[in-house]
Design a protein around this ligand. Structure first.
Ligand code: ME8
Length: 741
């Protein structure tokens, strides 16, 4: 199935298409930047390259996010898709096409694929009753209440008449396919995981939904919409022209399909390595040549993701250090395929060490000296000396040739980190070479003529090394490379790339007599304030997003917070200890200033005399004391408060947790998603009476397990004397998911 013949001089690579339920963050930028670097190198090798990215705009998750934001799904999708595209343009990413799954060309292709699968007998009608994770748009095995194995959110029970794809028929075929194509998926951990998933047995897959309408209608049965993953995966072919009758589209599809690399995040390997090849095999379309999974970018110990609220925006890094710094950091710091930490500190260290003090400083020294000693013209230098040379020039020449031979295979194997490491050894060696010869210093015993010859040799050698370094580094740091190319008097590197200049990169390309351009700074050293500036840009963005959300027009209106809400700053939950049986007042006491606790999911019984609010009925003095005590509490800034995401939720299900007499298991609806929360209120509230009640929850609390069940958030209640909770609520009508501030 994999077509590995012909087509060797063309290359097709894709990013995942991103959901439009949240703005882009560094995690999305990571995958897209990796693809951009690959695409740039392929083009510069003279390979005709097609780089596709885009947005995934259908499905229940987007429909709910749009509802929470108070607009139509189409308006919502258009706004966020524009933000993705805008960011890629800002970062200078060279995608050839940006597909939106709401485009007509995509709809047409998906319907053709669906009809083909049905005509070939791989789709049949049935009914599905089971669990569904709306966040991952994935079917999950297990009884009601099962958390999603991928994201941990509580799944919803759906019961629908659906179309099914005969995935079970592909179990053996897929295993044979993996066996015959060992390079199909990587890294090794992904390969093992996928194979063991398939070996575990494949069940037929529901490929349509009926409970909502935001999707592509199933041909000839419009009450169904195509399952969003079948819809989304098809983008890789519909963007090329599958489904179109236009000869230009047909030709593009024939030229570029099958894809050389689908680059994805590791969490969506199953969709790309199991479902996608099975759909294609069933439809009689060639399977992609490879799927490569990047690891996760972690921030504050967790996967950077909108729902965890621990994101950083690429714009921030671009603004303070530039896009090249971000690209270099991501590719150099994180071995591709592994998870990697992002921190402003590590970013600034890499930037200063490798870019400002390393490459940038080397270029500036050499370009300035060529201007100073040779009027900005590459000096004539004994060719023999350069190619055969004395020990030191020979070493640079050898090192450069060796680097050229090593960098390509490492990079093409997606081992960017090692490739850059080897390239930066050449930077360091050229730097030490300059320092060893010190062409700026003329010892008394050296004649003027000898000194000039030495300067010529050393500077010509160093400048040539810079040319090689720059050519290889171009896919990773394209803006800096463009500046250096001009300074070396070589014109526009983008034009050189179009001519495939990397194809025959070899030592000796910088000719004597070449007129250098003006020196220009590349990577100004980042001072201490760089980190603070990045952090404050994130904080500022965070605050404006919160304000916009509370005005009802922000993307946060149910979709998600857009910016860094560092988890350690979120109010910590009280210990998950079961409360000691408190003395429960028969009725809630007269209203007094009770402290609103942000930790009553399982309230800890306040110790006698503790600072927890103890509301004494009919005791104005006590009320005054409580207020005063609250006033003395540690003050926090508005930014800190903004990190706590309080939202309106409605209780859908409430039930006791077996063998835990204080715990209730709640399923709550936030409008844009449903979740499970465990709350230690069983002794104070009858579960049945809670159904339908609107409450306030802390929505961005890290999930935690209690009695083997996961709690995703925490409800808010006033804690009365003895720890008795009184749930916070509203007198007026409030929409689900509305944010409190
Ligand atoms: O899954 N670290 O879209 P999505 C590394 N629409 N990569 C990350 C990341 C992180 N912390 N966070 C996001 C979808 N990514 C589907 C895809 S494809 C036919 C449909 C990157 O918006 C990574 O590539 O959830 C991941 O797979 C992708 O963004 C998920 O984007």
């Amino acid at each position: 199935m994999t077509d590995s013949s012909s087509k060797s001089n063309r290359f097709y690579l894709t990013t995942p298409i991103y959901y439009v339920n949240a703005r882009p963050h560094l995690g999305h930028a990571y995958s897209t930047i990796v693809c951009d670097a690959i695409a740039r190198r392929k083009r510069a090798l003279g390979i005709e390259t097609w780089f596709l990215t885009g947005t995934d705009e259908h499905g229940q998750k987007i429909e709910r996010s749009a509802k929470a934001a108070g607009c139509t799904p189409q308006e919502f999708a258009t706004k966020v898709a524009g933000e993705f595209r805008g960011l890629w343009d800002r970062l200078g990413l060279t995608y050839d096409d940006f597909i939106r799954t709401t485009e007509e060309r995509h709809k047409r292709g998906v319907q053709k694929l669906f009809a083909t699968l049905r005509d070939k007998g791989y789709i049949y009608k049935g009914s599905y009753t089971g669990q569904y994770c709306v966040s991952d748009e994935a079917y999950v095995d297990g009884p009601p209440g099962t958390p999603c194995p991928d994201c941990g959110r509580i799944t919803e029970t759906v019961s629908e008449e659906n179309y099914f794809f005969k995935l079970s028929a592909f179990e053996r075929k897929l295993l044979e396919f993996y066996e015959a194509n060992p390079g199909f998926m990587g890294p090794e951990s992904t390969r093992r995981e996928v194979i063991s998933f398939v070996r575990g047995g494949l069940k037929d897959l529901s490929v349509s939904r009926t409970g909502f309408s935001w999707g592509i209608p199933v041909p000839d049965d419009e009450k169904h919409v195509v399952y969003v993953w079948l819809d989304a995966l098809a983008n890789y072919i519909t963007a090329l022209g599958y489904g179109s009758d236009d000869p230009k589209d047909i030709a593009r599809f024939e030229k570029f399909w099958p894809a050389d690399i689908h680059l994805i995040g590791k969490e969506i390997s199953r969709f790309h390595c199991v479902y996608w090849p099975a759909f294609l095999m069933a439809a009689g379309i060639a399977t992609p040549r490879s799927v490569r999974a990047n690891g996760w970018l972690l921030f504050d110990q967790g996967k950077m993701s909108k729902s965890r609220g621990n994101i950083v925006r690429a714009e921030t890094v671009d603004e303070v250090l530039g896009a090249d710094a971000l690209r270099y950091f991501l590719l150099r710091e994180i071995p591709f395929g592994q998870d990697g930490n992002f921190s402003f500190d590590a970013l600034v260290q890499r930037y200063n060490g490798d870019l400002a003090n390393g490459y940038g400083n080397l270029v500036s020294r050499v370009v300035n000296m060529v201007h100073k000693y040779f009027g900005g013209v590459v000096p004539v230098c004994d060719v023999q000396y350069l190619t055969v040379g004395t020990e030191k020039e020979g070493a640079i020449w050898n090192r450069a040739e060796f680097t050229i031979s090593q960098f390509g295979p490492l990079f093409d194997d997606l081992n960017f980190s090692e490739a850059l490491k080897s390239l930066w050894l050449l930077v360091a060696q050229t730097d030490s070479y300059l320092t060893a010869y010190a062409p700026w210093k003329k010892p008394a015993e050296r004649s003027d003529a000898e000194h000039a010859a030495l300067q010529a040799r050393v500077l010509a050698t160093a400048a040539e090394a810079i040319r090689v370094i720059t050519a290889l580094a171009y896919p990773v740091v394209p803006d800096a490379a463009a500046k250096v190319w001009r300074q070396l008097g070589l014109g526009e590197i983008a034009d050189a790339a179009k001519r495939g200049f990397l194809k025959d990169l070899a030592w000796g390309g910088l000719k004597a007599g070449t007129k250098f351009g003006e020196p220009a700074p590349l990577f100004p050293r980042a001072e201490k304030d760089a980190m603070e500036r990045m952090q404050s840009l994130e904080d500022e963005n965070n605050r404006t997003a919160v304000e916009a959300a509370s005005d009802g027009n922000g993307e946060d209106g149910g979709a998600a917070p857009a910016v860094a809400q560092r988890q350690e700053a979120v109010a910590a939950p009280a210990k998950a200890a079961e409360p000691k049986a408190p003395a429960v007042p028969a009725k809630p006491p007269a209203p007094v200033a009770a402290k609103v606790q942000t930790a009553p999911a399982v309230p800890a019984a306040p110790a006698a005399g503790s600072a927890a609010a103890s509301a004494q009925p009919a005791a104005p003095q006590a009320a005054a004391e409580v207020t005063a005590a609250a006033g003395q509490a540690l003050q926090i800034s508005i930014d800190e408060f903004a990190k706590v995401e309080l939202r309106v939720a409605q209780i859908l299900v409430a039930e006791r947790v077996p063998k835990a007499d204080k715990l209730l298991r709640l399923e709550v609806d936030l409008g844009y998603e449903k979740r499970q929360i465990l709350a230690g209120i069983a002794q104070h509230y009858e579960p049945e009476k809670l159904i339908g009640r609107k409450i306030v929850i802390v929505a961005n609390l890290a999930p935690r397990k209690m009695r083997g069940l996961e709690s995703n958030g925490m409800l808010l209640a006033a804690s009365l004397e003895g720890g008795a909770p009184v749930l916070a609520g509203f007198l007026e009508e409030v929409p689900l998911g509305a944010r409190l501030k």
